[in-house]
Write a protein that binds this ligand. Structure first.
Ligand code: APR
Ligand code: PHB
Length: 390
């Protein structure tokens, strides 16, 4: 098989890149180790920045998003028994849209298949090779048969556990990393959300987040220990803990319902630099991870491939190399802004065990400052809705 850009991974990054390349008249093939069913139903993030919504709409993917996505103009911070709204749209002129990552993935897959795009699911043993030549090849197995995909470039969009990053020789990449001493237990519940906007709550019992997916489905998270066993969390314990952390303001209660899904996600910050080596271009979770507190993961993945799409278009269309050469440095500016914001939100909202109380006092003071200072709230808001230029 031959194509122009060989893409590893059918998450938001790989699929969006394939879609953007198609709009520029550039061919690609996407190789994904999981099934279509699996990637379309994997429950992940759900917040789209204004810039991500604009990108999806601009490239013909806005139809269902406009209909089913929920535009939010603020978020609520709950701490010390009080609620404070950060009026994001009033402060920045922009908003976020709540729309599940798997819905974005479904829309992208449908668009690629409708346009005759080649997406190969359930391929095994993907091996990018010859990355330091003009004609890289991706070897893989499909239905037990060995196959080869010859291409001009390889895009590594295969997430944190993918193989692309590992194809770069030792010594080329620098890794920056933090792990946090907690994880998130997330649930999807068949319960009408008791909120119109997301609630980020800091309590002495730990952090909790109230989010949603639709008028019938709530998405909630609890800070738990990093080694927590989900088996120790029967549904009733989860609801009791959510009530204890969220029902902290008078007269407010959450809505309960059957839990459809539950899981534990570790929290880490991770960046690899540069995001390119020879003919390999890396994007999304393959090169950077943020803790979910800032809701940035999917947005960063989309922002990376928006740059990459333009860079490949300039190369194929006009023989320009500048955008491809500048890709890593340009993308990393946004990546580091999101790293800082996600780390800051995480540090401000989570309970830190073993602290003498000093950090907890700083957290309260920081939250109160956000609640009372328009410039400080604007800083939170402009990062949360996404900065157009970084
Ligand atoms: N071969 C082929 N495909 C692979 C391989 C491999 N060896 N390893 C991983 N993949 C696939 C995964 O199955 C997944 O479908 O690559 C895809 C990577 O997709 P994501 O993990 O969704 O990463 P990305 O597209 O960068 O999107 C980032 O995902 O984890 C969330 O919070 C994160 O919202 C952010 C988004
Ligand atoms: C979600 O709805 O899944 C969600 C929302 C906000 C976050 C993280 C996750 O910060």
């Amino acid at each position: 098989m031959r194509t122009q850009v060989g893409i590893v991974g059918a998450g938001p990054a790989g699929l969006m890149l394939s879609h953007l390349l198609h709009l520029h008249g550039i061919e690609s093939v996407v190789l994904e180790c999981r099934s279509r069913e699996y990637v379309e139903h994997r429950v992940r993030a759900g917040v789209l920045e204004q810039g991500s919504v604009d990108l999806l709409c601009r490239t013909g993917l806005g139809e269902r998003l406009q209909r089913e996505g929920m535009r939010h103009e603020g978020i609520e911070l709950r701490f010390d028994g009080e609620s404070h709204r950060v009026p994001m749209t009033e402060l920045t002129g922009r908003a976020i849209t709540v729309y599940g990552q798997q819905e974005v993935v479904k829309d992208l897959i449908a668009a690629r298949l409708a346009a005759g795009g080649r997406l190969l699911f359930e391929v095994d043993d993907v091996r990018p090779e010859g990355l330091d030549t003009d004609s890289p090849v991706i070897r893989f197995r499909r239905d037990g048969r060995e196959e080869e995909l010859h291409c001009d470039f390889v895009a590594g969009c295969d997430g944190f556990h993918g193989v692309s990053r590992a194809a770069v020789p030792a010594g080329v990449l620098t890794t920056y990393e933090r792990t946090y001493p907690f994880a998130w237990l997330g649930i999807l519940a068949a319960a009408p959300p008791a909120v119109d906007e997301l609630i980020y709550a800091r309590t002495e019992r730990g952090f909790a987040l109230y989010s949603l997916r639709s008028p019938e489905i709530s998405r909630l998270y609890l800070q738990v220990a990093p080694d927590e066993d989900i088996a120790d969390w029967p549904d009733e314990r989860i609801w009791a803990e959510l009530r204890a952390r969220l029902e902290t303001v008078p007269g407010w209660s959450l809505n309960e319902g059957p839990i459809l899904e539950k899981g534990i996600t570790p929290m880490r910050s991770f960046v690899v630099e540069p995001m390119q080596w020879q003919r390999l271009y890396l994007a999304g979770d393959a090169v950077h991870i943020v803790p979910p507190t800032g809701a940035k993961g999917m947005n960063l993945a989309l922002a990376d491939v928006a740059l990459l799409g333009d860079a490949f278009a300039a190369w194929y269309g006009e023989g320009r190399t500048d955008l491809l050469e500048g890709y890593s440095a340009t993308a990393l500016r946004r990546v580091w802004r999101a790293q800082h914001f996600s780390w800051w939100m995480t540090s401000m909202l989570h309970r830190l065990d073993g602290q003498d109380g000093y950090e907890a006092k700083l957290q309260s003071s920081t939250l109160r400052y956000v609640a009372t200072s328009r410039p400080y709230a604007t800083s939170l808001a402009e990062n949360y809705v996404g900065l157009p230029e970084v």
